[in-house]
Design a binder for this molecule. Sequence first.
Ligand SMILES: [Zn+2]
Length: 612
Amino acid sequence: MYHLNSSTNQEISLKSIFKESSTFTQEMIEKTLMRNDSNYVLYQDVLLLMRKLSEEFREILIIKEIGKTHENRPIQMIEITLKNSSQNSMLITGAHHSRELSSIQLPLLTALQLCHGYYHKDQETINFLQNHKMLLIPIINVDGFNYISEKFTQFGKYPLKRKNMNSDYENGTECDTSQKYFKYYLTGGLVTEFDDVMSGVDLNRNYDWDFGNGGGSSNDPCNEQYRGPYPFSESETRAIRDLVEQRQNDLKVIYNIHTYGNLLVHPFSHQKNNILAEKFPHHAKIYEEIWDEGPFPKGNERGNAQQVVGYEADGEACDWIFSKYQIICASPELGLQTYLANDFILSNREVVKQIIGQNFKWIKYTMRKIGPQLKLSIVKATKALLSDEINIVLRIDNTGLGDFKLTHEQKFDRRYHIQFETNYLTHIQILNGEATSRYLGADQSQIMTFTPHQDIPSRGFTTVTIQGRLNENYYTKLSKSQKSAELDDQYVTIEYKKYPLLQIEPQTLEIPLNKILKYNTISLSVSEIFNELLPQNSYRAWLSINLVLITICIIAIVGFCLFKMKKTLWEKYLINNQVRLNSQRFLDLKQNLIIQEPYLNDAMSRTDFILV
Ligand SMILES: [Zn+2]
């Protein structure tokens, strides 16, 4: 039984479930993505859920048909956005292989999370929807999943059907279902009615990239990896091909979800040795960033099919998508760092919830990456030793996959050189950008907001230079209350760990997406920079100058004392105007004394030197 239609008179609304909590809970997963009699949903449950999503969230969500399956079922795509024009888009697909049931749950969870966030007016969700599009195809292999769902309803058992339902290439001879390992394809024992489980085409070997050339596919129609007679022979793969073709300029990331494993599989899976890093270093870096920052579940591994699962896969979807359009595409195998997650059909309910919950985290991270993702770093911040002039060079990198574009209004009102005063600086000049400032309150710090004066393309950067002089009242204006003043949380604060003398080491700060999207500007707290950095540096400079002076004084005092001691010593010898020298060496000494210790000349001229 499925929770959403468990009431006979009335369907349960998604909004009534979302209302219970402003965070998306495990219980919500339970109610929307799991049946009572199984840890998954069936085809009819997915159709009901999609209908309810489109009815209850029609202002952000529509369902489109992108093609038909072999058995003429619609292949449906959920499109979620607040803006219908061309936008940076992300596509998540499930069930290229129908038995990989959690690969259907994850795209559905993504739809539910966005609707839940929208329902609770979550700012990050709304910002995402205002600027991006999420495309979700929970089931590509609809016929295979329908077959599994029918058999489960009939027998209470899941047949492990991988391929689609197209048996046209078997030449009238049905695939042998009594084979030795057939039992493996059922959960719970052999049932004779599962006759179609071995037929069909492996949709993830049917794409037009190195089709049938490398390895990991078969030309035997009854084989699990049967690739079909030619590339795109199947209506399901043609639907994906046409969609990607149409939206190639908007699509920034595509995830074709699979199970199981705990792996991020990415191009090129038809090769033993992956040439991705060598031929596409720029893209390899993006895969690396996504994987590093995901976060992926513990123990996750990354690489092409050979690197992570130990076999090649030709005609693979992401190989074709990446090779043809250079769209970042990966085929993650969902899992966790536990053997309990290693199967297609899992009996542990908590593990299934963890799998989709934990793997949603990197989906969420990627949602930030398909737009502009700005990182601010201080390249250099210097203050002249004996003046109050300061110079700060900021670098803004766009590490996202979307361009950072200034709005029309900002472009229209563009000013390059703006001078203004803060509590701390005078004669400020922002080069290469625009700036405004506002007070946080009486006697508190002042915020400087600047906008780079140009668009920053994806993976590009720009710099902003701030020049100015410290206000002469700067030091007297610093107070404890200013230093500990709470800053408005819409502004970014920077923490610096090192304070080398008059030279600040580059530090990187990631600016949260909602700040960029909300204001389309980068905000810095001037007080944070100048309170925290410059006093430290000024103090260091002051300290180091004093250290030098103190050292000079000590050397002078010690030198003077030594001189005095030496003079006293010699004068003691010369006091009687008579010195007895007992060797030639002392004659030399006398000569040296005249040259090297001239202050003794008077005393020596009055002295008789007698050689003994
Ligand atoms: Zn798969």
